[in-house]
Design a protein around this ligand. Sequence first.
Ligand code: SAM
Length: 378
Amino acid sequence: MMAAESAAGHATGHGHSTGGTGNAVNLGTPAVPGARSSGPAATTPRPDNPALIDTFGRVATDLRVSLTDKCNLRCSYCMPAEGLEWMPGDQVLSDDELVRLMDIAVGRLGVTDIRLTGGEPLLRPHLEDLVARITSLEPRPRLSMTTNGIGFAKRAEAFAEAGLDRINVSLDSVDPETFERITRRDRLRHVLDGLAAARDAGLEPVKINAVLIRGENDHEATSLLRFALENGYHLRFIEQMPLDAQHGWDRTNMITATEILDLLSTEFTLTPSPAERGGAPAERWLVDGGPAEVGVIPSVTRPFCAACERTRLTADGAVRSCLFSTDETDLRMLLRGGASDEDIANVWRDTMWGKLAGHEINEAGFAQPLRPMSSIGG
Ligand code: SAM
């Protein structure tokens, strides 16, 4: 079995950087352009390299795993009020299947970081046990979770003991009325309790993800930042992306990164953070001279695809090379059909080899993926 260190090391050791960011390996194929490109995957054979490389030289080391497509909130920009038709239970990977795939990812493919998401990952039964199994893998991946935080307060200590390293909590408003209007649930108190418990359990830095929606919560940009600063949380605003189940995304309703910075600048002085961005999606800004920072993830207006280090696994066992992929590869069939670990690893490598240059949201022919964010894993 190939150790993750040697897999990633092999991939990055001779590499050059695509735009000075993220992992990269020099394959002699074109650097990632700003505009769309289908990439040379169809005509260029995949080199004999154990890591998850693509034709543009990027190396995926960060795995997002969706544990369920179910959620206990109904954020208006994500899901309709009535919810969605959930995945049939027999299609959702079992804990054993998930652990096997994560073992392949860290042991053979060079994945170093795993983030659990959904849907709402806390709805997955016995999640603490799954976390303990993931953090026992060799080499041990860094493990984080993206959650709405509901119910986390009672479980924070157990998650910390199981080895969870960090959490990101989604919070779009600290005003109970706005929170309920956006999420269609009166659960703000539970989220705030979850945040505090995460901090108290040492799952730091505790990050908050916020999406601003025009006319809904864009007047709360500064109050969200004040709340984060007062409580020692790291706030990041995410531009709204065309990934809602209703396909109702409208560019004119999206609050852009520039607008977010303008809104924050009415109350705070922002200067670019000197910290290296690497493959991280957030542009970071020092607040009032620092050391506190705020992040903005400009997924739509300033895409960072050239530095992307991510590979994704859905709860029903599909590997995706991008949030916006319109195709994906079914690993569940392989898992349940008796394929070997190396067979599965090779199919995963092939999928990532075909990763496109960018998400193409700003291109005329952009097509929103059929799977919504809640099913892909945000
Ligand atoms: N339930 C978990 C949570 O609330 O964090 C994990 C899944 S949720 C889909 C992950 C993140 O995606 C949340 O921060 C949510 O606000 C964000 N999100 C959902 N739909 C989005 C969209 N269309 N554009 C940008 N972010 C979105």
